[in-house]
Design a protein around this ligand. Sequence first.
Ligand code: ZN
Length: 285
Amino acid sequence: MEAPYAKLEQLEPGVARVLAHNPSAFTYYGTQTYLIGEKEVAVVDPGPDLPEHLDALEQAIGGRRVVAIMCTHTHRDHSPASRPLSEATGAPIIGCAPLALETVGPRADAAFDGDYEPDRVLQGGETLELDGKAVTAVATPGHTSNHLCFAYEGALLTGDHVMGWSTTVVVPPDGDMAEYMRSLDKLRQRDDRIYYPAHGPAVTNPQQYVRHLVGHRMQREKQILGLVGEKPRPIPDIVANAYPGLDPRLVVAAGGSVLAHLVDLERRGLVERDGDTWTAVSPSR
Ligand SMILES: [Zn+2]
């Protein structure tokens, strides 16, 4: 497949997409930036700061008023282009919160864009107007603590909360599995017609897809609980058993997701850790 880098794809009236050229084991073909609106537009997840991508976005905007540049979260493949795009268009950066200063230490690994500076932070439920239509923020922490989805005309722009090609990476301390599951549940309470994720194809059966994601996580949890129930194990050992044949580039991320499950299980009193090893807490105690 020839990926449509720097090309404007009109997906439905008021929703168009431009793919950035930053393919990787984590981004699939790259970050998909969305333009929503018709006479006026909002740019969602402007993406990495790449000249070719910024040129393509400016061309796609085509001189229309940009009401907002919106980021779902502040991973480096999502928010850095907000700054040059804001400079070029004069549009404000409105969307997710930056990570709180006191959390910038251990929470901010290399994947975070520490320079992100929004003009306005949206809380869940807050809206912006675009051509007289509402864009509503839906708070969906889990993948990151500051993650938002954006609802527009029955479509939900899901960022990395729900992706179209792979399960979402949830890595503590900023990533939180319990929050992620609650945020999936929040999507189940909604009746969005379609999801447009930042990576991978559109999801045209949202309810079924989210049910599948929840089931997958619950199965993974059960599997991890089973493994640490057999004997105390360190995370690399759990990863080797739970993810046979895993792409070596994804081993660290898988370890992060296993840790996210274990932290959640520990909070629920089902496992305990001793140094680097984890053990199931026997129900009799
Ligand atoms: Zn992300």
